[in-house]
Ligand binder design. Structure first.
Ligand code: ZN
Length: 199
């Protein structure tokens, strides 16, 4: 029972991470506690000793630009189905963030892009995510509708559907993209989004 008391008193910390009931190494029930020498509670397996660390995940994306117009996709999947975004998604193991951003363009818009400078880093604390977005060139106006998208198109700045952008981090990056471009610079921008983007 002592374990239950400790677990229950850790609700705020536990709410901060994904729930885990069983050890993925040995299948036994895990405990939620601060490992020796650590400072945060983790899921710990008392049977095999595995500590199941949870760390933020990286979302990579880019703003593909074709002669001044940018490529946006309307999402065919939840969350935010029907809303607009530039290509972005979870980074895979064994790829760079630039490779991930280019891959997402291919997967979501069938677009071959050339990744450019870093545009924005958005810390989405509540969702345990770091969003990293790049500028990109779309050399040819060649793209298509992939399974994850309902529509794909090129938009001038005046045509951006600002009311229907899928996530705050996407809007943040897009707005900086256009303001930097107008000023003739390529800065990078950091911010923290408190709101869960459900990406
Ligand atoms: Zn175990």
């Amino acid at each position: 029972m002592w374990n239950c008391v400790r677990v229950c008193s850790d609700e705020p910390a536990r709410a901060n991470i994904l729930a885990m009931n069983f050890c993925s190494q040995c299948g036994k029930a895990v405990e939620f506690r601060i490992p020796p020498g650590d400072h945060l509670p983790r899921y710990v397996c008392p049977h095999c000793g595995t500590i199941h660390y949870q760390n933020p995940r990286i979302i990579a994306g880019c703003v593909p630009d074709h002669h001044g117009r940018v490529l946006l996709c309307r999402r065919a999947i939840e969350p935010r189905l029907g809303y607009w975004t530039f290509p972005a998604g979870f980074m895979e193991n064994r790829e760079t963030v630039q490779q991930a951003a280019a891959r997402e363009s291919l997967e979501e818009a069938q677009a071959h892009v050339q990744i450019g400078s870093l545009l924005a880093v958005v810390h989405v604390l509540e969702a345990h995510q770091v969003h990293m977005f790049f500028r990109a060139i779309l050399p040819k106006a060649e793209f298509g509708i992939a399974p994850e998208s309902l529509e794909v198109g090129l938009f001038a700045e005046s045509e951006i559907p600002w009311e229907n952008i899928a996530f705050p981090s996407i809007e943040f990056a897009l707005r900086r993209y256009f303001s930097d471009r107008a000023a003739g610079r390529e800065d990078y921008h950091f911010t923290t989004a408190e709101r869960r983007p459900r990406m």
